[in-house]
Ligand binder design. Structure first.
Ligand code: HEC
Length: 180
């Protein structure tokens, strides 16, 4: 992700506005959520209110990815049935209900085989949920980044749409292609 951080910064203002619009849309909030108007549920991501989808460890593979220095991560993108079916049909934009999850681990050398890099500790689980009405302000996708099952902070969520929008808007904001 590092090469795009400058782009992400320049687009950050746009995202702040988009985020504020989304948050404002959700702020018909109950009194007890007044302290955190954009996030009534502590397990949901800021701005978007996305939670970790149930059962994603059983979802089908879209593609793996290897991220070099400085992150040194192995990643795997999986999708729910709606997303996988859309991939197989080559359908863009993705239909509402499509969910993509990216799992990531620091890579480490296999203890048994020097040249093999295998998953070490898990870093983030990232989620994109397609709902063209609810997330109209962010290209139809809601974003969530989770660390140890808990959503990352607001600042991190202000970067998601900017980077995806600046680089893969023409692919419905999705980088990962179905692995051959
Ligand atoms: C600086 C650019 C950048 C930022 C910021 C960013 N992403 Fe991504 N994202 C990527 C790239 C590149 C991929 C492709 C897979 C890979 O290389 O890991 C990706 C892939 C994904 C995927 C898998 C679907 C796809 O588009 O391939 C999800 C889900 C995702 N990102 C969620 C998020 C969330 C949530 C945030 C914010 C918390 C975020 N991303 C912020 C660059 C970015």
């Amino acid at each position: 992700m590092k090469p795009m951080s400058v782009v992400a910064l320049t687009a950050a203002a746009t995202v702040l506005l988009a985020g504020a619009a989304v948050a404002a849309g959700q702020s018909g909030a109950s009194p007890e959520s007044a302290a955190t108007p954009s996030r009534a549920n502590p397990d949901a991501s800021p701005i978007y209110g996305v939670t970790l989808p149930e059962g994603y460890r059983n979802w089908q593979l879209v593609a793996p990815a290897l991220e070099g220095e400085p992150l040194n991560e192995l990643r795997t993108v999986v999708g729910n049935k709606i997303a996988i079916d859309a991939y197989k049909r080559g359908e863009l934009p993705f239909p509402d209900g499509a969910v993509l999850v990216k799992l990531a681990w620091k890579y480490t050398q296999s203890p048994e085989f020097k040249s093999a890099l295998v998953p070490g500790h898990a870093t983030t689980v990232q989620v994109m949920v397609k709902d063209s009405k609810k997330y109209a302000a962010s290209g139809g996708w809601g974003y969530g980044r989770f660390i140890d099952g808990k959503p990352a902070d607001l600042a991190q969520h202000q970067t998601c749409f900017a980077c995806h929008a600046s680089l893969v808007k023409n692919r419905d904001y999705v980088f990962t292609r179905l692995a051959p």
